[in-house]
Design a protein around this ligand. Structure first.
Ligand SMILES: NC(=O)c1ccc[n+]([C@@H]2O[C@H](COP(=O)([O-])OP(=O)(O)OC[C@H]3O[C@@H](n4cnc5c(N)ncnc54)[C@H](O)[C@@H]3O)[C@@H](O)[C@H]2O)c1
Length: 259
């Protein structure tokens, strides 16, 4: 029960890595807000957590919309109290080199991955300041640290989140809020499967991704959730402004996928 009595909010929690983090937090005693675009899948995750003995509330919102974000976080605050653990996990991943990325895809990527993170932080931080504690985790990516082809806009936002965690840590560390980023390598998730489906030879591409990681395989969702749990818990009381790679050694190995 490493998060007993903590209220947590996980964005993009209706599937994939976000769902895994939310379920892990709930299993460790947190009361968890499940935020994602659509109400039904959020409720399904909240129901699954409650069926497993945890406590969760579905709060659907588009994180790029300020009014929806305020409403969702207000609802969570009314039901569970002040959010003191926030995981900014929701993101989209348009593909393409920079000049091939359409302006709508480019702007939507910024609106969700960066503006959305800003809006959720803006809604949650005053509560954290009022109680003098909080842990904010931005889910970034190794693409924010090393170059990967065909992911220009996405990588730009992920680099931004790493920098943002560092910058926020200097603003808030003295007031009890720790801010860190987590940079996964390739993780077996719906986002990966959608990306592979766009490739001409998905199986071969997947094998390349396995080989690019020093441990010889892509990661699992629970391996990201474990690190988030540590950063959310009081065990990480002296950790702020850090970027934790959870990448099976990808960023130190530095291979690139071949065409
Ligand atoms: N899967 C990987 O290999 C990998 C690697 C590195 C980093 N990441 C990062 O991990 C996080 C989760 O990735 P995933 O693989 O679980 O992806 P995913 O696509 O399965 O999940 C992302 C979730 O975010 C939600 N979302 C998208 N736009 C939203 C919006 N405007 N408002 C609210 N919710 C919104 C989606 O509905 C979805 O449920 C992302 O930040 C991603 O960039 C993933």
């Amino acid at each position: 029960m490493r998060l007993a009595d903590k209220v947590a909010l996980v964005t993009g929690a209706s599937r994939g890595i976000g769902r895994g983090i939310a379920e892990r937090f709930a299993a460790e005693g947190a009361r968890v807000g499940i935020l994602d675009l659509d109400a039904e899948p959020c409720q399904a995750v909240a129901d699954a957590i409650m069926a497993a003995g945890g406590t969760a509330l579905a709060v659907a919102a588009d994180i790029s919309d300020p009014a929806q974000v305020e409403t969702a976080i207000g609802k969570l605050r009314d039901e569970f109290g002040t959010v003191i653990v926030l995981v900014n996990n929701a993101a989209i991943m348009p593909t393409g080199t920079l000049h091939e990325t359409g302006i709508e895809d480019f702007e939507r990527c910024l609106a969700v991955n960066l503006r959305g993170t800003y809006l959720v932080c803006r809604a949650v931080i005053p509560g954290m300041l009022s109680v003098g504690k909080g842990s904010i985790i931005h889910i970034a990516s190794v693409t924010g640290m090393v170059g990967l082809p065909g992911l220009a806009a996405y990588s730009m936002t992920k680099g931004g989140l790493i920098t943002l965690a560092r910058s926020m840590s200097t603003d808030y560390a003295g007031r009890g809020i720790r801010t860190n980023s987590v940079s996964p390598g390739t993780i077996d998730s719906p986002m990966l499967h959608e990306f592979l489906a766009q490739q001409s030879e998905p199986e071969a591409f997947r094998a390349q991704y396995d080989a690019m990681h020093a441990v010889g395989r892509v990661g699992r969702i629970d391996e990201v959730a474990n690190v988030c749990l540590f950063l959310a818990s009081d065990e990480a009381s002296f950790v702020t402004g850090a970027n934790y790679t959870v990448d099976g050694g990808y960023s130190v190995k530095g291979d690139q996928p071949q065409d």
